[in-house]
Design a binder for this molecule. Sequence first.
Ligand code: IMP
Length: 185
Amino acid sequence: MRRIWFATSNPGKLAEAKAFLAGWEVLEAPGEVEEDQPDLAGNAIKKARAAAAGGKVFAEDSGLEVDALGGAPGVHSRRYAASDGARVARLLSELAGVPGREARFRAVVALKVGEDLHLFAGSVEGTIATEPRGEGGFGYDPIFIPGEGDGRTFAEMSREEKSALSHRGRALAALAAYLNETAEP
Ligand code: IMP
C-alpha cells in the first residue's frame, strides 16, 4: 500500500485523515514543534518540515475564528486554555451577552514531498451554540453549529457527517485528490 506520514499527535485528526486517504497507509510521524507562527499555513509548514519521516509527509493546523471576538481564538485556538473543556468554557464566557455568534473553522494542510511543499485549505461557516451539546469529536465541536447542517453541533454528528462539512474534511479531500492524481500507481 502507498504510504504517507501525518505529523500529528491528535488522535481525532488522525482518524479523520485516515478516512479520506483510502488506499493509503497513514502513519503518525513523531515530532512536536512549537506552534509559534503567525498563521495556520506557517504552523502547518513548520510541522511538516520538522517531522521525523521521509517520503511524503503532511501536517495540518486549524483554528476557530469568532467574528464578535475579532477572529479569536484563531491561530491560538489550542493555547486558548489548558483543556478542551476549559477552551469551550472560556469561549462561552467571552461571548456571554454579545450579539452575533458567527464563526468559522479553518484548516490548512501542508504536504511535503522531498523539498517541495503544497498547501490545501478548507473552511466551514457556522455559529457558536449557547451551551455545549454532544459527545463526539474534540476541541470546540460541542459548541460549533455548521451553517450547512441541520442545527446539530459537530459533536452531535458521526465522524462521517462532520467530515463531509468540516474545514479539515475539505482540506483533506483536496489533499487526497492531489495525491491520487500524482502518485505512482
Ligand atoms: P492545532 O491545529 O493542533 O494547533 O489545534 C487547533 C485547535 O483548534 C485544536 O486544539 C482545537 O481546540 C481546535 N480545533 C481544530 N479543529 C477542530 C475541530 O475540527 N473541531 C473542534 N476544534 C477544533
